[in-house]
Design a protein around this ligand. Structure first.
Ligand code: FAD
Length: 310
């Protein structure tokens, strides 16, 4: 059994593992795919103190740093069920897909999230080649270019406002007949000269030249007509889905499925902590996930030293 059992091996889980192991306590990490979302990322230019790196390189560095310490890494292991301890200070159990059960006196959940995709032809092919999901990450790559934002909820409209200050032109495409973002955001968006808003539009395909995105096609849901828009980038903002489906019976989740945590990273269950994109933390970024993982590990240590001696 572990003193700290971490589920998820992205930036949050890796940071938690390093901070826990440095306390000299038995630490394990079970991850479906060690590295997490950064494995699917190309350029990373906002990890403070590193001007520029690439996702796979960053993931390899995370793993190497964790391996500097005595941490048991259990890669390619998917957790399916969390059984919180029945008594304070007892072991929590994590049941894996392969049937095995791991035990931890504390557990840190860092299973991350995934961007909801449009599911149209060209989206996968041109991912990182014009199709992007994170305006904070990739916005500057489109400086002076034309982009579309797909989705007119808060995140889509925020992305459009953000991008309008960087790129030449933004086309915002919303499926519904009206935007769903807060009124204040909609007013701000409407005031920008280089933004065009298209509602009742279903994106049907991402166009490209084999190397990069060159445009997109959408269908006007009122008239049924097809339209093409020439552009260099497409930001898909139709939802970030936390990987927490397996936790809904064991800990408190927000209406959006995010694990509810307090400022110390503790969940609704004593001794169970969470960090990174799977939680209610505002803003989903690598540097933020690393900070949150460190917070969760220090809080887990704090919890452990307060348990009555066995
Ligand atoms: P994740 O990285 O999602 O890691 C989750 C971990 O949990 C993985 O190991 C996963 O396999 C594992 N897992 C999930 N479910 C289970 C389960 N049931 N059992 C066991 N393990 C499980 N951020 C930036 O700061 N800068 C950027 O430039 C940037 N670019 C990005 C580009 C793309 C294309 C994407 C998708 C994201 C980008 N981000 C960027 C966001 C950044 O990657 C995330 O904020 C960060 O990875 C979150 O870290 P995390 O550890 O919380 O989760």
């Amino acid at each position: 059994p572990f003193e700290v059992l971490i589920v998820g091996g992205g930036p949050a889980g890796a940071a938690a593992a390093i901070y826990a192991a440095r306390k000299g306590i038995r630490t394990g990490v079970a991850a479906e795919r060690f590295g997490g979302q950064v494995l699917d990322t190309m350029d990373i230019e906002n990890f403070v103190s590193v001007s520029r790196t690439e996702g796979p390189k960053f993931a390899a560095a995370l793993e190497a740093h964790v391996k500097d310490y005595d941490v048991e890494i259990m890669n390619l292991q998917k957790a399916e069920k969390l059984i919180p301890a029945k008594t304070e200070g007892g072991y929590h159990e994590v049941v894996l897909e392969n049937g095995a059960t791991l035990k931890g006196r504390t557990v840190i959940l860092s299973t991350g999230a995934r961007w909801r995709q449009m599911g149209v032809p060209g989206e996968e092919e041109y991912r990182n080649k014009g199709v992007a999901y994170c305006p904070h990450c990739d916005g500057p790559l489109f400086k002076g270019k034309r982009v579309a934002v797909i989705g007119g909820g808060n995140s889509g409209v925020e992305a459009a406002i953000d991008l309008a200050g960087i790129v030449a032109h933004v086309t915002l495409i919303e499926f519904d007949s009206q935007l769903r973002a807060d009124a204040v955001l909609q007013r701000k968006l409407a005031s920008l000269p280089n933004v065009k808003i298209i509602t009742s539009a279903l994106t049907t395909k991402v166009d490209g030249n084999g190397e990069r995105v060159t445009g997109l096609s959408y269908k006007d849901r009122n008239s049924g007509t097809e339209h093409d828009v020439e552009l260099e980038g497409i930001f898909v903002q139709i939802g970030l889905v936390p990987n927490t489906e397996w936790l809904k019976d064991s800990i408190a989740l927000s209406p959006r499925g995010e694990i509810e945590i307090d400022a110390r990273g503790e969940t609704s269950q004593p001794g169970i902590f969470a960090a990174g994109d799977c939680t209610t933390v505002p803003y989903k970024q690598i540097v933020i996930a690393c900070g949150a993982g460190s917070t969760a590990a220090l809080s887990a240590f704090d919890y452990l030293i307060r348990l009555p001696a066995a």
